[in-house]
Design a protein around this ligand. Structure first.
Ligand SMILES: Nc1nc2c(ncn2[C@@H]2O[C@H](COP(=O)(O)OP(=O)(O)OP(=O)(O)O)[C@@H](O)[C@H]2O)c(=O)[nH]1
Ligand SMILES: [Mg+2]
Length: 203
């Protein structure tokens, strides 16, 4: 379909995965809201929302699927995985446990359910790095460094690694552009058991 000089590409599914409190919902809220978000972010009203961006004058429409880490939500997460063409894998830079879980839980799960979907690795809550005395909760340890993020991105074969702040909207535009490019480079929603591996081209 053509609208003016812009072409519309069909809607594609993107799933957001990561630990409890890693910042998935806030990231989605920041992506879909035009204005800056300050203070506490609202809990999700919808678990799926549509989001439109433009890449090379092509309108890319996505379905952003929010998920929950809890075991009792495994079934609904499976539904979210089904047919997703891109995975946004989130951890919070102030929660090393959420970083470790990427390796131990989320990456194996992704390989199992959406093998071949490109991964965007996102270090959420990057604003915390800029605080004079970053609050490190008991048992949490040090903040995750950008270098650690890049190493993990390499390990999981992520096509991009970004650090974002949903509250400050830092790098949200970069995430939107990266998502648009990656989604655009992928084919139509595919069945979750497809065997081809990372066959997308980044445009
Ligand atoms: N400082 C800071 N806090 C954030 C940011 N994004 C989210 N938070 C806070 O982190 C907490 C968790 O954020 P959510 O977006 O609900 O995280 P989630 O991954 O959706 O959590 P679950 O749905 O419970 O799995 C909330 O208290 C947010 O206000 C951010 O960019 N910076
Ligand atoms: Mg959430």
């Amino acid at each position: 379909m053509m609208v003016g000089a812009r072409k519309w590409a069909s809607r594609r599914k993107v799933v957001f995965i990561g630990d409890l409190n890693s910042g998935k919902t806030s990231l989605i809220s920041a992506l879909v809201s035009a204005d800056s978000i300050s203070g506490l972010l609202l809990p999700p009203v919808y678990d799926v929302c549509t989001f439109t961006t433009e890449v090379n004058r092509r309108v890319v429409e996505m379905e952003l699927w929010d998920t929950y880490a809890q075991r009792y939500c495994n079934d609904t997460r499976m539904i979210a995985y089904y047919g997703s063409v891109v995975v946004v894998l989130c951890f919070a830079i102030d929660a090393p446990q959420s970083f470790r879980t990427i390796r131990e839980r989320w990456y194996p799960e992704i390989l199992h359910f959406v093998l071949g979907a490109p991964i965007l690795l996102v270090g959420c809550k990057s604003d915390i790095r800029l605080l004079p005395n970053p609050p490190v909760s008991p048992g949490r340890g040090e903040l995750i460094t950008p270098n650690q993020g890049w190493i993990l991105a390499d390990e999981v074969g992520a096509v991009e690694y970004l650090e974002c702040s949903a509250t400050q909207r830092d790098s949200i535009a970069m995430l939107r552009d990266a998502l648009g490019r990656v989604v655009m480079s992928c084919g139509q929603a595919a069945p979750s058991n497809r065997a081809d591996k990372r066959n997308c081209t980044i445009v």
